[in-house]
Design a protein around this ligand. Structure first.
Ligand code: DGJ
Length: 465
């Protein structure tokens, strides 16, 4: 018995002491895990707070949401007249009607109504009268229709002023060689300035046509289209690139000019075929790291090319990437949001409108994917014709990340000087839910939408920096 007891006791003791050691070790581990967990949570919380401060926009005013309202635009398309065949191959009967000078819908496409910002100056507080009316005649501060087609907007930090550059087309429209395409002789690049993106003062012709030397690129008989201007911080020069062509669009080059001031006069340096390829519709894009890129329709408009410019922005480098191969896109307008690159393009149908597409890429020289038609309208005709217009530029509104102004041209091929501006809100919003159309993986992209509005204005506070 005793032996037994003696034998048992130490064992009991041993169990007891190992159990309590086990308990205390577990407690230490638990406490350590708890403390580590708390530290991790605190870290995550503080990180979240930092990123919230950095990337989240200020609370959106209620009329920002109004921009996302889908508006109906109802009009009856008349039965085909003798000019329009019922079997027309045009993308929609609406486009046929649009191209018909005698159309009974002419007043819908090209309303006579003028919008004169000077008439409402001082009338309302906080920009409450600054409404955009896409398609109506927009007057400058002198009361003349703005002439800045196929253009772009540069925000000049030196003068805290916006500059709008575009084709100055205030001359007669005629058919080249009596056959086409419809054209206006080069007058030059119009330049307008504004503080509010609504009231535009004409600054003059920033780059003028050459009137006498027939061998000059800028001779009035040639083509100057889609001028784009960016500022080079290093050289302190304003640099302009533009599509330079001859009247039958066979030359297919890009021209370069620069100026010490945003209003010019710009000094023309000459034209080139970038990377030894054709270049027709084009745009520039200046990235956050100040590297600028030329994007141009090439290879008979079958392929878009993109490549970085030299540091002074006066030339291309040897780097170039071919994108949208075989997709036949033109009128590129590029922008960036939250590190993703986007581009709106049109199809190639001359001055006639067609369906816009939006494309995205995670890196600018990486893989570009086509994600679909961004146009939102309560009317199919408007959706498939880019609101009867063609992309030219996308302007970011830095106060509201994700909100942009989509700038497009509603060309009037029978009277090009009377082409209209279609400015609409472009919003990159919501969860990633758009699959690309041409690709091989399952990537989803954030939704890009351009909303049709007969009348709209920028949200209050858009220009408070
Ligand atoms: C479509 C282009 O986008 C315009 O800039 C212009 O070149 C027309 N073609 C000419 O037909």
């Amino acid at each position: 018995m005793r032996m037994k007891n003696l034998y048992k006791k130490p064992i009991t003791n041993l169990r007891c002491s190992s159990w309590s050691r086990y308990c205390s070790i577990s407690l230490v581990i638990l406490w350590t895990l708890l403390i580590l967990g708390c530290i991790l949570l605190l870290h995550l919380y503080s990180n979240n707070n930092t990123s919230l401060n950095i990337i989240h926009p200020p609370p959106l005013p209620s009329h920002f949401h109004q921009l996302q309202h889908v508006e109906k635009e109802n009009f009856q398309i008349p039965p085909p007249n003798k000019k329009r065949s019922p079997q027309s191959k045009s993308i929609t009967p609406l486009v046929d009607e649009f191209l018909d000078q005698d159309s009974s819908l002419r007043h819908v496409f090209f309303p006579h109504k003028t919008i004169d910002p000077m008439k409402t100056i001082g009338k309302g507080k906080n920009d409450s009268y600054n409404y955009y009316y896409p398609g109506k005649i927009w007057l400058d501060t002198d009361g003349n229709p703005i002439q800045a087609h196929g253009g772009c907007i540069l925000y000049d930090e030196n003068s805290s002023t916006y500059y709008w550059y575009g084709e100055y087309k205030d001359g007669p429209t005629y058919l080249h060689n009596n056959k086409g395409p419809a054209r206006v002789d080069i007058i030059g690049v119009g330049c307008y300035s504004s503080k509010d993106l609504w009231t535009w003062k004409k600054e003059g012709i920033a780059l003028a046509a050459e009137k006498t030397d027939k061998t000059h690129d800028l001779h009035k008989s040639n083509v100057l289209e889609r001028p784009k201007v960016i500022y080079n911080e290093k050289t302190r020069k304003y640099v302009m690139w533009m599509h330079i062509d001859n009247a039958n669009y066979a030359k297919a080059t890009v021209g370069i000019a620069f100026s010490d001031t945003p209003t010019g006069p710009f000094k023309y340096l000459g034209s080139q075929r970038p990377h030894r390829y054709q270049s027709r519709d084009m745009t520039l894009f200046k990235d956050e790291d100040n590297v600028a890129y030329l994007i141009y329709s090439s290879e008979e408009n079958n392929v878009m090319h993109i490549g970085p410019l030299t540091e002074d922005y006066l030339n291309v480098t040897s780097v170039m990437k071919r994108i949208f191969v075989g997709q036949r896109r033109e009128a590129p307008a590029m922008f960036k949001h939250k590190g993703t690159y986007y581009m709106v393009t049109s199809g190639c149908t001359g001055w006639a409108p067609n369906e816009a597409l939006v494309h995205s890429a995670e890196t600018i020289l990486g893989t570009w994917e086509t994600i679909g038609n961004p146009c939102v309208a309560g009317n199919k005709m408007f959706r498939v014709s880019t609101f009867l217009a063609q992309s030219t530029f996308v302007l970011p509104l830095t106060r509201f990340p994700g909100l942009f102004i989509f700038m497009a041209d509603r060309w009037n091929p029978s009277e090009l000087r009377d082409s209209r501006y279609v400015w609409l809100p472009l919003i990159v919003d919501g969860h990633e839910d758009q699959a690309f159309q041409y690709g091989f993986d399952n990537k989803l992209w954030p939704r890009v939408s351009i909303y049709w509005h007969k009348k709209w204005k920028l949200p209050l506070g858009w220009n408070t920096f």
